[in-house]
Design a protein around this ligand. Structure first.
Ligand SMILES: *[C@@H]1O[C@H](CO)[C@@H](O)[C@H](O)[C@H]1NC(C)=O
Ligand SMILES: *[C@@H]1O[C@H](CO)[C@@H](O)[C@H](O)[C@H]1NC(C)=O
Ligand SMILES: *[C@@H]1O[C@H](CO)[C@@H](O)[C@H](O)[C@H]1NC(C)=O
Ligand SMILES: *[C@@H]1O[C@H](CO)[C@@H](O)[C@H](O)[C@H]1NC(C)=O
Ligand SMILES: *[C@@H]1O[C@H](CO)[C@@H](O)[C@H](O)[C@H]1NC(C)=O
Ligand SMILES: *[C@@H]1O[C@H](CO)[C@@H](O)[C@H](O)[C@H]1NC(C)=O
Length: 551
């Protein structure tokens, strides 16, 4: 791993800086973020590299590890990374979104410090600034089980990360300019598997190798910005074992729809004739289908992969049915959701229902995307930092939207979008999509129970169709066109947390909001102080840090 410094050591004193137990091991990384030239679709173009890699390096961690990751921004624009799906307990300071962090300015660096918990599973990190995510800077993040926590399957022979993404040959700056000029993005130019697309000319290097008879884990994530991607492997089935930190009932699939921002872990057994096979990904829900393939090679293999690719599913009913087949494994002892060990989410009383309706509009010729009529903009002073310094009233207003928007979204207002949450309340959120396009949402800081997705509009009577028993606890949820999705969660993680569309042009143009979750005690038990190395900008630039919480 060129340029990546990884040291695992017992660090007894530094533990206090995170308020964590001193005996948890530390992983140190130094990341150099630069532009570089790659030709993922055969044409040289500018991409974003981390330590010269595209996609970026994998973070391989084990639950309870402390991660110390120093990011040097050598781009010409401010930059931030987020650790999508990693819960950051008490610590929205490390979330790497513009509502919690000042961006890392060009030519400077910032060190993220966070601890990964018992969220055993597969995740991605990606840039949250501008349209950087369209150009790279993303990669895989694993949280492995500590040896004392059993996982519900035998150790695989090897463990592979498969990053899928849709891809534009235009630079991130060009894409951003389209959006700033009021245009939406056209279809992507292609799709990629780990930054590549096999040519099929017999000269492609394999992405992965398998020994005959052995079983492998593949962690499949969609790091793209727009398209649901279907994933399948010629001649092989996939046994689903984990999804965004939850062990699931181990169904076998021939194809999986990976919506934007989602990750799945599957087991694949090399039980076919020894030769090459293609793994294939194709865009979904568009007339024009984009395809990428990559080679899996049997170690004793003789012969190329067949040019005949397995067929993609058609229509979104297939995808909805697949969602309904996902069930949480209630007996697996690993991977606990929040609140810790709450298996009985179906019997907790809902204290608040929030319906979020996405819309697109043109205000004064400008394209904006909104939730409940508010199109979010990031103030120069990050919301969390303004709140911590006691100057929130100078930067943003709380509760800009109604919990239940009226049927018709009126004029869209562009302003910071922040919702108060009462600490530890159990809340139902409905995402309602009246548009003809696919949606995928992500919530930082939490995992939630994905209890339903249905066509049409939501009414309280629909609750009788919820899965109140074994819905998967996860961190992203898709919403099909003209459909809704419902999630349950307990707001027990204090901080300022981003809820966003994973469709990045929509997020960039305002389809996101923040929930402010403050513990009434303002205590270190519930939330960490601003870190010593926090970057300061906007109205707090140069100001001394407020008196820290001490208890
Ligand atoms: C990062 O990469 C750039 C370009 O290759 C190089 O000039 C710079 O010295 C590197 N910085 C670090 C901290 O490695
Ligand atoms: C990842 O970490 C685990 C646990 O520390 C280790 O067993 C495994 O070899 C590592 N994998 C890679 C690819 O570094
Ligand atoms: C920047 O990197 C240096 C080490 O090169 C480190 O000492 C410093 O803390 C980093 N800055 C931030 C803000 O994390
Ligand atoms: C659930 O996990 C348990 C315990 O690890 C395992 O024995 C069982 O096979 C899993 N059940 C299913 C349906 O996958
Ligand atoms: C939930 O609400 C019902 C009806 O209002 C009430 O009877 C029950 O005690 C509540 N349960 C809990 C756990 O608060
Ligand atoms: C929202 O939270 C802030 C910060 O605690 C508080 O000042 C404000 O009164 C709250 N607003 C509402 C409507 O609850």
């Amino acid at each position: 791993m060129a340029g990546v410094m990884i040291m695992v050591l017992l660090c007894l004193s530094a533990g206090t800086m995170l308020g964590v137990q001193g005996e948890d091991p530390y992983l140190f990384f130094t990341w150099n973020v630069t532009y570089g030239t790659r030709s993922p679709l055969g044409v040289p173009q500018q991409v974003i590299l981390i330590n010269d890699q595209f996609p970026g390096p994998n973070i391989n961690s084990t639950s309870n590890n402390n991660i110390v990751l120093n990011v040097f921004n050598n781009l010409d624009e401010p930059f931030l990374l987020t650790w999508s799906g990693v819960q950051q307990r008490k610590n929205s300071w490390q979330d790497g979104v513009l509502g919690t962090n000042c961006p890392i300015l060009p030519g400077t660096n910032f060190t993220y410090h966070f601890q990964v918990k018992d969220q055993i599973g597969s995740y991605i990190y990606y840039p949250t600034t501008g349209m950087h995510r369209a150009a790279g800077g993303f990669g895989g993040l694993r949280i492995n089980s500590r040896l004392l926590i059993p996982v519900p399957y035998a150790d695989p022979e090897d463990d592979y990360t498969v990053i899928l993404n849709d891809w534009y040959t235009s630079s991130h700056a060009t894409l951003r300019k389209y959006l700033d000029d009021g245009r939406s993005l056209a279809r992507p130019t292609g799709v990629l598997i780990n930054g590549k697309n096999a040519k099929g000319d017999g000269k492609d290097e394999p992405l992965f190798t398998m020994k005959p008879g052995k079983t492998y884990k593949y962690r499949i994530c969609n790091a793209g910005i727009k398209n649901t991607l279907n994933f399948r492997i010629q001649g092989h089935t996939m046994k689903l074992v984990e999804m965004e930190g939850s062990h699931v009932v181990q169904n076998v699939y021939e194809a999986l729809d990976v919506h934007v921002g989602q990750c799945f872990s599957v087991l694949v057994t090399a039980n076919q004739a020894p030769k090459d096979y293609y793994m294939v990904t194709t865009t979904r829900f568009n007339k024009q289908i984009l395809t990428a393939k990559g080679i899996i090679r049997y170690t004793n293999g003789k012969g190329p992969a067949s040019p005949e690719l397995p067929e993609a599913p058609v229509g979104w009913a297939w995808s909805l049915n697949q969602f309904r087949s996902f069930r949480w494994n209630l007996t697996a002892s690993a991977a606990r959701p929040n609140p810790q060990g709450s298996y009985h989410y179906g019997s907790i009383n809902i204290t608040r229902t929030i319906k979020l309706v996405n819309s697109a509009s043109r205000e004064g010729g400008k394209l904006r995307y909104a939730l409940n009529g508010v199109s979010h903009v990031d103030p120069e002073t990050p919301l969390k930092i303004a709140e911590y310094y006691g100057i929130a009233d100078k930067v943003f207003k709380y509760n800009t939207i109604k919990d239940m928007p009226s049927a018709k979204i009126g004029k869209v207002v562009t302003q910071p979008n922040v919702l108060n949450q009462t600490f530890r309340n159990f809340v139902e959120i409905i995402f309602e999509n009246h548009e003809k396009s696919m949606q995928s949402y992500h919530l930082d800081g939490y995992s939630f129970f994905a209890v339903a997705i249905e066509p049409g509009t939501w009414t309280p009577e629909k609750r009788k169709n919820y899965n109140l028993l074994d819905a998967v606890s996860r961190t992203t949820i898709q919403v099909f066109p003209k459909s809704w999705a419902a999630i349950f969660l307990t707001f027990d993680n204090a901080g300022m947390w981003n809820i966003r569309s994973e469709m990045w042009e929509k997020t960039y143009l305002g389809q996101q909001l923040y929930v402010s979750v403050l513990s009434p005690e303002l205590s270190l038990r519930d939330e960490y102080n601003i870190p010593d190395n926090a970057l300061l900008c906007g109205k707090v630039k140069g100001l001394p840090k407020p008196k820290p919480y001490t208890i």
